[in-house]
Write a protein that binds this ligand. Structure first.
Ligand SMILES: Nc1ncnc2c1ncn2[C@@H]1O[C@H](COP(=O)(O)OP(=O)(O)OP(=O)(O)O)[C@@H](O)[C@H]1O
Ligand SMILES: [Mg+2]
Length: 357
């Protein structure tokens, strides 16, 4: 069978991995579209130039290509890093092999570079889910243990209230006891929320309406803090199957965090859209994205990994449960939640929720 003309060119052009080839002198002779995207340089700019000049002589890829040119042996790098022009570092894998002539001489090198960031993100997601369920399980154990003694204390306080009677000098103290007992109870309810199965009451949810309801509750606080609330709703968004109350809890926590991050004012943007890229690598599902973005202090890089863990908080009086609960609820909806933050600039949380086309 003969292949149609240009078949191999098209094949290489449609590969998701970056394919780069150089001749014996290190000049670039092949640069596919995935390479254009990964290295952020067009083929027009790349072709014919020395690879060391284009990508920097010290870069991992250039070193490996040189190594293959010198030795004639393939190289494989399973966990490399690529410093992008925008300063981001991407995890990559790299395979570099010699291009051989008929008589076995090395005429060049072909390198295949794969962007592993999506894969890594997915692995992090899975690990985070496992860690959360372990922590959640422990929290629920503790909450169960505390329930009975707390019930007993509440009973005793009730007796005290009755004995002391209205107008007694103890009345205020007893009221403090009630208030604090009820506070502990609420915390425990939240804890239990974290680990027990959540029975979802799934209905078609109009996200714009739901978000508006939550934002209405925060308009006053926003005004006091000179926070400008900006809505960017995609009007073409379909209703999303979900539990309204639970989803409200998620967005409420995100909006609250956003406001708390901007004591000095700024913009809080709530956007809905059909996302261009999905956080799910393996399945091409139809998703909607709800993003809550602030211009607050941002999250320190060393904390970013743990913000969804329960009891991680930097706030006095914070419990560190808001995001853990949000994560749990989004997961129950078969969705995903991601965070991106730039210290000093702001933070964006994105919730991805599946719907059927
Ligand atoms: N929008 C944000 N901007 C900056 N930091 C944030 C933001 N959202 C969350 N964080 C950080 O993540 C931590 C955990 O957030 P989370 O909502 O889980 O708990 P919390 O707000 O501290 O307490 P609460 O249980 O009352 O929600 C916060 O203490 C804060 O340090
Ligand atoms: Mg919070």
């Amino acid at each position: 069978m003969t292949l149609p003309a240009g078949y191999y060119e098209r094949l290489i052009a449609s590969l998701p991995d970056a394919v780069v080839a150089v001749d014996r002198t290190g000049q670039i002779i092949l640069w596919n579209p995935a390479a254009e995207a990964l290295f952020d340089r067009s083929a027009t700019r790349a072709l014919g130039r020395p690879v060391g000049e284009l990508l920097g002589p010290g870069s991992q890829i250039v070193r490996d290509i040189r190594g293959v040119l010198a030795s004639g042996e393939s190289r494989l790098l399973a966990d490399g890093e690529l410093e992008r022009r925008d300063g981001r570092t991407l995890p990559i894998s790299l395979v570099a092999s010699p291009l051989l002539s008929h008589d076995g001489a090395v005429t060049g090198v072909v390198a295949i570079v794969r962007d592993l960031s999506r894969l890594k993100q997915l692995e992090d997601e899975v690990r985070r889910g496992e860690r959360l369920s372990a922590l959640g399980g422990m929290a629920v154990g503790i909450a169960h243990e505390l329930r009975n003694p707390l019930g007993a204390i509440r009973g005793a306080a009730q007796l005290l209230r009755r004995e002391a009677g209205p107008g007694s000098p103890w009345e205020q103290h007893v009221e403090v006891m009630f208030r604090e007992i009820d506070r502990v109870n609420r915390i425990m309810e939240q804890l239990l929320d974290l680990a027990r199965p959540i029975p979802l009451n799934i209905v078609p949810v109009n996200l714009a309406q739901l978000l508006d309801r939550i934002l209405l509750l925060h308009e006053e606080i926003g005004r006091e803090q000179s926070v400008q609330i900006v809505r960017h709703y995609d009007p073409s968004l379909p209703p999303v199957p979900g539990d309204e109350d639970r989803l409200a809890q998620v967005f409420l926590n995100l909006v609250k965090n956003g406001l708390e991050a901007m004591p000095g004012g700024g913009a809080l943007t709530i956007a809905t859209r059909l996302p261009l890229t999905s956080p799910f690598e393996t399945t091409q599902r139809a998703l909607v994205e709800v993003q809550v973005r602030d211009e607050g202090e941002g999250i320190a890089p060393e904390l970013l990994d743990r913000v969804f863990d329960p009891f991680v908080t930097t706030k006095t009086g914070g419990l560190g449960l808001g995001l853990a609960i949000a994560h749990r609820i989004i997961e129950e909806h078969q969705g995903a939640i991601t965070v991106e933050s730039h210290p000093g600039k702001g933070t964006a949380f994105s919730c991805f929720l599946p719907f059927k086309r």
